[in-house]
Design a protein around this ligand. Structure first.
Ligand SMILES: NC(=O)c1ccc[n+]([C@@H]2O[C@H](COP(=O)([O-])OP(=O)(O)OC[C@H]3O[C@@H](n4cnc5c(N)ncnc54)[C@H](OP(=O)(O)O)[C@@H]3O)[C@@H](O)[C@H]2O)c1
Length: 219
């Protein structure tokens, strides 16, 4: 499985890169800048203790990857996808992890778009040959980046293309203690994005950092 990250130089991108690389996947961190891509990959490799993550410009990463994780700030997601809509070869899957929210004095508010979730808006920008899957939205980035901490939670995966969703679930199952859960159609991203906002509220209220979800009754 070739995992690529569009805008993978932030905490979320590096966290996902680290978890997949630690599980044995080939990983490329993408960036608008070759230098930042290289620096992020070196950071990941230092944490892994081996050279397994490469850094490339976004354009080259897109040509190489099977699964492309969109890990740019939510407010720049549409712009980043528009910039690359013709660079993503048919058959690749775009995995949207973005969560549109705003912080006011530390309190998050969900930024609801008229047309639905970020994932649905992104899907409308892409050709049907590049399916969009929503995933990793409810998992805290800092926890992904702490390889020594087990995730012990569910990975909700939603999408309208069953094959693409299955690919992402299969990839997710490589990561120890993460349980992929089929969360239904892409419109479920509206719920998943709100669940992230709730998890942030819970963290604030209980003075924790790692609130996340595990559904009971599925086994
Ligand atoms: N923090 C969490 O716990 C968490 C949990 C779930 C989901 N998420 C989602 O994860 C995403 C990434 O979060 P983050 O904190 O890692 O973000 P970030 O550090 O602010 O940004 C990640 C990278 O995006 C690239 N980028 C910024 N503006 C861009 C633009 N206009 N066009 C293209 N690329 C751009 C930059 O890479 P280059 O400059 O190197 O190109 C940047 O390093 C967000 O959408 C967030 O909602 C976060």
């Amino acid at each position: 499985m070739k995992i690529g990250l569009l805008g993978g130089t932030g905490i979320e991108g590096k966290g996902i890169a680290l978890r997949f690389a630690a599980a044995g996947a080939e990983v490329v961190v993408g960036s608008r800048s070759e230098e930042r891509a290289r620096a992020a990959s070196e950071e990941c490799n230092a944490a892994l203790g081996r050279a397994q993550v490469r850094g490339l410009r976004n354009l080259e990463m897109l040509a190489w990857s099977d699964l492309v994780f969109l890990t740019v700030p939510s407010q720049h997601a549409m712009e980043a996808v528009k910039a690359h809509r013709n660079d993503i070869p048919s058959g690749k899957v775009l995995v949207d992890v973005t969560v549109p929210l705003r912080f006011d004095k530390g309190r998050p508010t969900y930024l609801e778009a008229e047309e639905g979730s970020n994932s649905e808006s992104i899907a409308r920008l892409l050709p049907a040959t590049v399916p969009v899957v929503g995933a990793f939205k409810t998992i805290p980035a800092h926890l992904l980046a702490e390889l020594e901490s087990p995730l012990e939670c569910d990975l909700f995966v939603c999408g309208d293309d069953p094959e693409a969703k299955e690919k992402v679930m299969r990839a997710g199952s490589m990561i120890p203690t993460l349980r992929p859960v089929d969360a239904g159609p892409l419109s479920s991203a509206r719920t998943l994005e709100r669940m992230t906002v709730l998890a942030i509220h819970l963290n604030r209220h209980y003075k924790k950092k790692g609130a996340r979800y595990k559904i009971v009754g599925l086994d």
